[in-house]
Ligand binder design. Structure first.
Ligand code: 5RP
Length: 238
């Protein structure tokens, strides 16, 4: 299969997951909107529902796109909870650890996810991995950035890229075998604003779009299933 086919397949799966997540939104909710190509499918699906909701956006790109579709985007300041946040991810491991921040918005995305009563992650099936792999995005303060990079180790700036709040974006390319230990270490380094490792405790559920190859093979049209993955602690009632 060509890389174009792979992209089309992933896009179909992203749309299916996003459309399923849009169905979870209820009247009068405050909804957190993530950033990226999967969330780009969520916005029209949400707008089509015609609900009276308000949204907080994790990037100017998402805010602009949502407003163009008629969604009511409000500032997050002055509000301390979000009813439901929906966002994509770069990688999801079997324990529901996430790597996020490919789009550089992971700091806002983590703030919104942590403030939400329910955080729903929407991904195509290629985002599911057996083990997380680098890069892990990191946002840094400008002040002392070289010292911060040295303390992180195995990290480099992502060109001149900036986060939605103007922070420097870097990528950590070292070992990610123990995400909890790495997250603790990165959190402890002065100058690190935040990193793209999201623990399972933040994740309410992951909706995974998956094209059914059998449908394609029989010519009946590709059927896209959406599988719901719940972190073990929550599945067990924790
Ligand atoms: C942006 C993110 C995105 O959610 C992540 O990069 C996935 O992107 P996409 O939906 O385009 O595959 O974390 O900061």
């Amino acid at each position: 299969m060509s890389s174009g086919d792979d992209r089309a397949r992933a896009d179909t799966e992203k749309r299916a997951a996003a459309e399923r997540a849009a169905e979870l939104v209820e009247q009068r909710m405050l909804v957190g909107l993530g950033t990226g190509s999967t969330v780009a499918h969520l916005l029209p699906a949400l707008a089509r529902r015609g609900l009276r909701i308000r949204c907080v956006a994790t990037s100017p790109e998402t805010a602009d796109a949502a407003r163009r579709l008629g969604l009511d985007v409000v500032p997050f300041s002055g509000r301390d909870r979000v009813d439901l946040a929906i966002d994509g991810a770069d990688e999801v491991d079997p324990g529901c650890w996430l790597v996020k921040g490919g789009g550089g918005a992971h700091t806002r995305e983590k703030v919104v996810a942590a403030a939400s009563d329910r955080f729903v992650v929407i991904v195509s099936s290629d985002k599911l991995v057996d083990r997380l792999a680098p890069p892990v995005p990191v946002e840094l303060l400008d002040f002392g950035a070289d010292a911060t990079l040295a303390a992180i180790g195995d990290a480099s700036l992502r060109g001149g890229a900036r986060s939605p709040d103007g922070g420097l974006l870097a990528d950590y390319r070292g070992d990610v075998a123990d995400p909890a230990a790495l997250a603790t270490r990165l959190d402890s380094i002065p100058g690190v604003v935040s990193h793209g490792l999201f623990p399972p405790a933040l994740v309410g559920e992951v909706l995974v779009g998956a094209l059914d190859p059998a449908g394609e093979a029989t010519g009946t049209g590709a059927h896209v299933a959406v599988r719901r993955v719940v972190p073990v602690a929550r599945a067990g009632g924790g």
